[in-house]
Design a protein around this ligand. Structure first.
Ligand code: SAJ
Length: 433
């Protein structure tokens, strides 16, 4: 690859990170081939359409596909830069599974040539990039790999995690700072030159292991801080205090910034990545492990409280507000809200209604429960109990007049003006956490 020419790029894995990344690189003028194991995903993208929901992604993909800059395939072709963005799940014992990363390495290896750059973006346990390098070296003994030769290596290998927020992916892919960890400083420099083509944020180089750990630390930091807020919510509740009020006041301290309690931590990152650290250093991670336990325990706490409330009002119709794992997105995977609503639906059947403006139908586990999907207006007119599970903006703006007289269990603290139980002399009118 000549440095003045735009590299041909291959992005392996066209999911929530891979597809937006491929589209942004294509927008920067590079020819991008996206690889996915699913023929359906490949066909969708080649039609200029998308298989995931993300703000503005449809228009961008349509544009770069129709300009011939992005195409998709199930089979890999030679390129200058390979970006691997495949899942790294964990097993039932929370041990990370890097088999998709190694499978991507297996598919990339045969087409590698001198001068190529391989970049791993998947969230990975520390040491994965080196394992990927070892695997490629094994498959391609003809190539000199970084860290395994005294001579100038033929290829460069680096780790560069994404840190984008679902719902803001395109903006954050462009504007967030990036950590770029090379197997060697030379690898980091090569990867840096690539990211500079489409990232406006600062690109900071380091070694691969530090970059791997940085990604895990960022999400563990958030998990621990959310756990603190969730623990506080249960403590405040037991003392008859409004946790939202306490946090609002505490956050007026110039060095205090407590996050928001909720029905637990969802999504595919924050509830997963801390385990990669725990698995790497089990004896040294009591805090990170406990935070996971606190956040998972908050889901059980909310289920128990919601069940108690619904059971205590046998004639009441109940609306669960939200299924998404967080506000203003249509992603229902690994969602505490969905788990709470489905548990209520299984136990209380047709009394349970779900309001989710981002869903066209209820997820599969609601089948045969008797629960139904209704719109917000119907819920406000017909339901007696509102269980707020997601802080979607459309819920936040419901005026007090439309929810007065209802029993409200607000797990997100979106309605600070809702009268509390004591003021209304009716137990459980507003449960705080
Ligand atoms: N949550 C709370 N209280 C809060 C903040 C969040 O209960 O104060 C809950 C949310 O409702 C949700 C969960 O935590 O269920 C996670 O939401 P999030 O907005 O904190 O994070 P994600 O999972 O959407 O994205 C995170 C981000 N990481 C950090 O903020 C450190 C994102 O930047 C990463 O790129 C992403 O994980 C990832 O892919 O790793």
């Amino acid at each position: 690859m000549k440095s003045d020419l735009k590299p041909d790029v291959c992005v392996v894995g066209l999911g929530y990170i891979g597809l937006p990344t491929a589209a942004i690189i294509a927008r920067a003028g590079c020819k991008v081939q996206g690889i996915d194991v699913s023929q359906k995903v490949v066909d969708t993208i080649n039609r200029g359409e998308i298989h995931i929901e993300e703000v503005d992604l449809d228009g961008l993909v349509h544009g770069v596909v129709s300009r011939g800059l992005l195409s998709a395939s199930t089979t890999i072709a030679p390129a200058d830069v390979f970006v691997i963005a495949v899942p790294t799940p964990f097993d039932k014992d929370h041990a990370p599974d890097i088999s998709y990363v190694l499978a991507a390495g297996r598919s990339v290896a045969p087409v590698l040539k001198a001068g190529d750059v391989v970049i791993l973006e998947s969230t990975s346990p520390v040491g994965t990039t080196e394992q990927l390098r070892d695997f490629i070296a094994e498959l391609r003994p003809d190539l000199k790999c970084p860290g395994l030769t005294r001579e100038t290596p033929d290829i460069s290998i680096a780790y560069c995690p994404e840190r984008v927020l679902p719902g803001r992916i395109l903006e954050e892919l462009t504007n967030n700072d990036r950590s770029i960890g090379g197997i060697s400083p030379r690898c980091a420099r090569k990867a840096l030159a690539f990211y500079k083509r489409f990232v406006r944020g600062a690109c900071v180089t380091t070694d691969a292991r530090s970059a791997e750990m940085t990604k895990l630390v960022e999400n563990a930091y958030r998990d621990v801080n959310i756990a603190f807020a969730n623990e506080l919510s249960i403590v405040a509740d037991s003392m008859g205090l409004d946790v939202w009020e306490v946090i609002r006041l505490a956050n007026r301290h110039p060095r205090v910034n407590i996050l928001q309690p909720g029905p637990g931590v969802g999504g595919h990152c924050i509830a997963v990545d801390p385990w990669f650290i725990v698995h790497g250093a089990p004896e040294a991670t009591p805090l990170i492990r406990t935070a996971r336990g606190v956040n998972d325990g908050k889901i059980r706490h909310v289920i128990a409280k919601a069940e108690e409330l619904v059971a205590a009002h046998p004639d009441a119709r109940v609306a669960c507000l939200g299924l998404a794992f967080k506000a203003n997105i249509d992603d229902f995977r690994e969602s505490p809200a969905r788990l709470v609503a489905a548990t209520l639906a299984r136990r209380f059947g047709h009394r349970i209604h779900v309001v989710e403006p981002y869903a066209a139908e209820l997820p599969i586990e609601f089948t045969d429960t008797g629960a139904s999907l209704i719109d917000l207006d119907t819920a406000l007119e017909d339901c007696d109990i509102l269980v707020v599970l997601v802080d979607h903006d459309v819920f936040r703006v419901v005026p007090l007049a439309e929810r007065s007289g209802k029993l409200v269990y607000d797990t997100r603290g979106i309605w600070p003006d809702q009268p509390r139980a004591a003021e209304q002399r009716e137990p459980g009118l507003r449960l705080a956490s």
